[in-house]
Design a protein around this ligand. Structure first.
Ligand code: NAP
Ligand code: MG
Length: 493
């Protein structure tokens, strides 16, 4: 570890087979604080050879290591210990997550608690995996065994770093898999801290491996590796498509949690204060860097002008600031790359629609990747800012006339991750719920996510489900055992 005048620069190697290992290329890459643009860490950049070492270790741990002999209850106990250790170190982890990702500290605290909850949930679920007895004829017995899928390659994004790691690692470990996880190159720090506890928590070497690096090298090597049985990916649809193609060569199992362009629908008569708040929360939480962001705000024409005005007034009061300050409600975007990407959509939006608020860089910051909360209105659903995922604090407000029109616009998107509907009319609420093509539909809320309930997309938002028993299911194979109870020969030949 070395330090500069201002900040401690931490260094992290890769965690492979229970050891901290330098990159085979010797290269490291910098990790930044997006609010100050200062380097806060350097991380060993994993090569294809490093991925190979990690997969070999995970393979050995799965095929012949002590991990296969652990009981589900043993694995649950390790996961409980891990959750407890996260809670005991929550303040430090939240601070690190906040500094590395730019998210407000209060949100980072929720994230760390959510990650611990996810490990606790799968700790409890580990020994509740049951097979079936199948109703075959009386002279036979057929039952199913649920077995771990094997070596899981796991690739995650930067918006919820430790939460995304927990959604991947917890069910895989509960199921009895071994893991090779690649964090996003922007935000590897919290999961590296957690990995450093592996031995103390009782993970045998090779069960949890973390290889840092870039998608095109480290990530691609993991997806292509013949020793990996399954890829669990969370990220953009564009990368998801590449992963499916690459994984096809070895016919790996693949689950994908991709992006969205989720509609947040407001009908006349909805609880006014809650709706205005929900429209802003739905799209601006975590700087809008949320896969389920309610980035298309569909508002019934009868209330459109008044609603837009109320939203805009309230959005003016969103406190942008240093992520570590407790009053901050919006921090910087995660990286220069993301800042440029979002800024180019903001410029495009100015051509495609009208600006109610925002539209640039907030003037009070001389450093940091800050973007103003931006609301475009009178947006057509065919505009690029209505169709493409921006992944920043940018909302498109779209008017509609009546329920069928709302449903048509809401479903007119290649994505299908999430949606929300706001109304006091329960008949309407549930008709709309049934009509929407999305993996989650909230009624009179948007964004709450609980580990007990499933998460995943329809359409180009991916396939497979995370969280709840569904998340564990994705790491299990089903083996049928058939037992002949009849001693007479088959007599066919
Ligand atoms: P991304 O660019 O798709 O990257 C996601 C991960 O994939 C990163 O670790 C990335 O590595 C890696 N990657 C990139 N190219 C790869 C390749 N060719 N082969 C293998 N891995 C590769 O997405 P992002 O910008 O990090 O995250 C934002 C996206 O994630 C958004 O689209 C968002 O909607 C989605 N997301 C979805 C959910 C969900 O649950 N549905 C949750 C959160 C985020 P690098 O380190 O090089 O970037
Ligand atoms: Mg990326």
């Amino acid at each position: 570890m070395s330090s500069t005048a201002k900040t401690i620069i931490r260094t992290y190697d890769n965690y492979i087979n229970g050891q901290w290992v330098k990159s085979s290329s010797g290269e490291m890459f910098p990790v930044y604080d997006p609010s100050t643009e200062e380097m806060i860490a350097q991380v060993s950049s994993g090569t294809a050879a490093d991925v190979h070492s990690a997969v070999k270790a995970a393979r050995a741990a799965f095929d012949s290591g002590p991990w296969r002999q652990t009981t589900a209850a043993d694995r649950g106990r390790i996961l409980y210990k891990l959750a407890e250790k996260i809670r005991a170190n929550a303040a430090q982890l939240a601070e690190l997550e906040c500094r590395n990702s730019g998210k407000p500290i209060v949100e980072a605290e929720y994230d760390i608690a959510d990650a611990a909850t996810c490990f606790e949930y799968y700790a409890g679920l580990a020994n509740k995996v049951l097979g079936h007895v199948n109703p075959v004829p009386a002279n036979a017995l057929s039952f199913t065994l649920r077995e771990p899928v094997g070596v899981a390659g796991q690739i995650i994004p930067w918006n919820y770093p430790l939460v995304m790691a927990s959604w991947k690692l917890a069910p895989a470990i509960a199921a009895g898999c071994t893991c090779v996880l690649k964090p996003a190159e922007q935000t590897p720090l919290t999961v590296m801290e957690v990995a450093s506890w592996s031995e103390e928590l009782g993970f045998p070497p090779g069960v949890v491996n973390i290889v840092n690096g870039f998608g095109e090298t480290t990530g691609a090597a993991l997806v292509a590796h013949p020793g990996v049985d399954k890829i669990a990916f969370t990220g953009s649809a564009a990368v998801g498509k590449m992963i499916v193609k690459s994984a096809a060569d070895t016919l790996k199992r693949v689950t994908l949690e991709l992006g969205g362009k989720s509609p947040n629908i407001f009908f006349d008569g909805a609880d006014w204060e809650a709706a205005v708040d929900g429209a802003l929360f739905g799209v601006f939480i975590n700087q809008g860097e949320v896969c389920s962001a309610g980035s298309r705000i569909l508002v019934e024409k009868k209330i459109y002008s008044k609603f837009l005005e109320a939203m805009t007034e309230k959005a003016k009061r969103i406190k942008l600031g240093a992520p570590l300050e407790r009053e901050t409600k919006m921090g910087p975007l995660v990286s220069k790359e993301q800042y440029d990407r979002v800024s180019s959509y903001v410029e495009l939006g100015k051509k495609e629609a009208k600006v109610a608020i925002g539209g640039g860089r907030p003037k009070q910051f001389s450093k940091g990747f800050y973007v103003e909360p931006t609301i475009f209105y009178d947006v057509d659903n065919s505009a690029r800012i209505s169709r493409e995922e921006i992944f920043g604090p940018v909302a498109s407000v779209i008017p509609f006339e009546g329920e069928p029109d709302a449903i048509r616009i809401a479903n007119d998107t290649p994505y299908g991750l999430a949606a929300a509907v706001w109304t006091r009319d329960i008949y309407k609420a549930f008709r709309v719920v049934k009509s929407l093509r999305a993996g989650i539909v909230w009624v009179n809320h948007m964004q709450p996510t609980y580990v007990e309930a499933p998460w995943g997309g329809y359409k180009q938002s991916g396939f497979g489900r995370e969280l709840g028993p569904w998340g564990l299911e994705e790491y299990l194979e089903t083996k049928q055992v058939f037992v002949n109870l009849d001693e007479t020969p088959i007599g066919w030949y």
